[in-house]
Design a protein around this ligand. Structure first.
Ligand code: ZN
Length: 129
């Protein structure tokens, strides 16, 4: 997959800063080589405990601009709902999607950022690069 419409480093940092503020958590956002992520586009991990809890969100550097926005919202929602989902042994629970919607609303609906429109045929393949 070529890197069309790649988000600039400045744009990436700005998005990361806004999501970090919205989350109220210590979250580090990193763009990494896709091979570090096995077959995923992005992931999140919780590090440390107690006062020292922090999250690291990693995203494949090949993901294009709209993809970065949605994937970072997704992984940030996982960080926010981490403890709830761990307790229930569930991923993508109702709490996750409510949180996702709130982040989406705060970041995109109220920001005046352009929404991306594309047809299904323009979607990248689900697996592989
Ligand atoms: Zn997920």
């Amino acid at each position: 997959m070529g890197i069309r419409n790649r988000l600039s480093l400045q744009g990436f940092r700005q998005l990361a800063r806004r999501l970090r503020l919205l989350s109220g958590l210590r979250v580090q956002y990193r763009r990494v080589d896709g091979r570090e992520l096995d077959d995923a586009w992005a992931d999140v991990d919780k590090l440390g405990d107690g006062e020292d809890v922090r999250f690291v969100v990693r995203i494949a550097s090949t993901v294009d601009q709209p993809g970065v926005t949605y994937l970072l919202i997704h992984e940030t929602a996982h960080a926010i709902t981490w403890d709830i989902e761990e307790k229930h042994g569930e991923q993508h629970s109702p709490e996750f999607w409510i949180t996702y919607g709130r982040l989406y609303d705060a970041l995109i609906e109220r920001s005046g950022l352009p929404k991306t429109r594309f047809s299904r045929s323009e979607l990248p393949p689900v697996t592989g690069e």
